[in-house]
Design a binder for this molecule. Structure first.
Ligand SMILES: [Mg+2]
Length: 325
């Protein structure tokens, strides 16, 4: 474990550094508060700090205060080492944000024991942070494919819609449904069905860029959010359709092919999450009714889409790609 030692007295610094090394720690020694602060700004900064109180540039309690202001979920453990032993000083030091306080001259064995206490606290803190992050991930991601789950992708859509309106940039969504997915499960088994879903998602993700995002809306239905961006790639959905149609998923009974139907809707100033989803759903329904393996755009392209209407030239481009309204 790395331990930051901030101590302006050369002899004390050398003794402390030597003792820490002997105990198997990895001390990082600094000679004043500013140097200590600079070390703490590094990405792999020590999480355990032994700070002298009185130092040039920045005093120990000031470093404590600054660190506590950062309000990190994984803050360092700080022991203040000082010659000051008034009761009021102890209170000041702890209130500044130190975890512990040792008065010089210190007893080496006591210091060692207190370092072990801090180490246990840091280990506990890290395991709590890991557990919390894992729970947050599970609560927002689909366990099979790793993309956002329904709740999270709808939350993302609400955010992106707000952003599109605020920044006046184009936003589209594509409701993507794998054609005849039930037949894959019935013919090749659910394990193969899962593999198809995983490969399909990786294939789709490979086509997305920047802030585009993909989430599992339910079953074999996935939602693409594209934008907000000023010059949105209008061929995205057609490209997704083609890539999926070219995808081969290998299983014990040989390769399985899939196709996808996509219903696309563009946001207007009046759009809500529900109205956008409704429009995309309706377009998806028509893609299915018209023979599947196709992209159908919201029939209400009103000319009022955020970021400028889909002008006739753009419509022509979409039509030449074989997409419909
Ligand atoms: Mg000093």
């Amino acid at each position: 474990m790395k331990i930051l030692v901030a101590e302006d007295d050369l002899t004390s610094r050398r003794i402390l550094t030597a003792v820490l090394k002997k105990w198997g720690y990895d001390p990082v020694a600094t000679k004043d508060g500013l140097a200590a602060w600079n070390v703490l700004q590094q990405p792999d900064a020590p999480k355990f700090l032994l700070l002298d109180w009185n130092m040039p540039e920045m005093e120990g309690p000031e470093i404590c205060r600054r660190l506590r202001l950062e309000n990190s979920s994984n803050p360092p453990y700080i022991i203040l080492l000082t010659g000051r032993d008034e009761k009021g000083d102890v209170v000041l030091g702890l209130d500044a944000g130190a975890n512990d306080y040792i008065v010089k001259p210190y007893d080496p064995e006591e210091l060692r024991a207190r370092i072990r206490v801090g180490q246990r606290m840091l280990e506990l803190q890290e395991s709590l942070v890991e557990a919390r992050d894992a729970l947050a991930y599970q609560a927002t991601h689909d366990p099979l494919t790793g993309v956002l789950n329904r709740r999270a992708v709808l939350g993302k859509l609400a955010e992106e819609l707000e952003r599109a309106k605020r920044e006046k940039k184009r936003l589209s969504i594509g409701m993507c449904d794998i054609d005849f997915f039930k037949k894959i499960n019935d013919t090749h088994g659910h394990q193969m069905g899962d593999k198809v879903l995983i490969d399909y998602v990786r294939c789709m993700e490979g086509q997305l860029q920047g802030s585009d995002c993909l989430g599992r809306y339910g079953g074999e239905e996935f939602l693409v959010i594209s934008g907000p961006s000023a010059n949105q790639d209008l061929c995205l959905y057609e490209r997704l359709r083609k890539r999926v149609a070219a995808l081969e998923v290998f299983g014990p009974s040989g390769p399985v092919s899939v196709t996808v139907s996509i219903g696309v809707a563009f946001a207007t100033e009046e759009s809500t999450v529900d109205s956008l989803l409704g429009a995309a759903d309706e377009a998806l329904y028509r893609a299915k009714a018209n023979g599947r393996n196709r992209v159908v755009y919201d029939s209400d392209l009103s000319g009022h889409e955020i970021g400028g209407s889909l002008k006739p030239a753009v419509r022509a481009c979409l039509e030449s790609a074989g997409t419909r309204y």
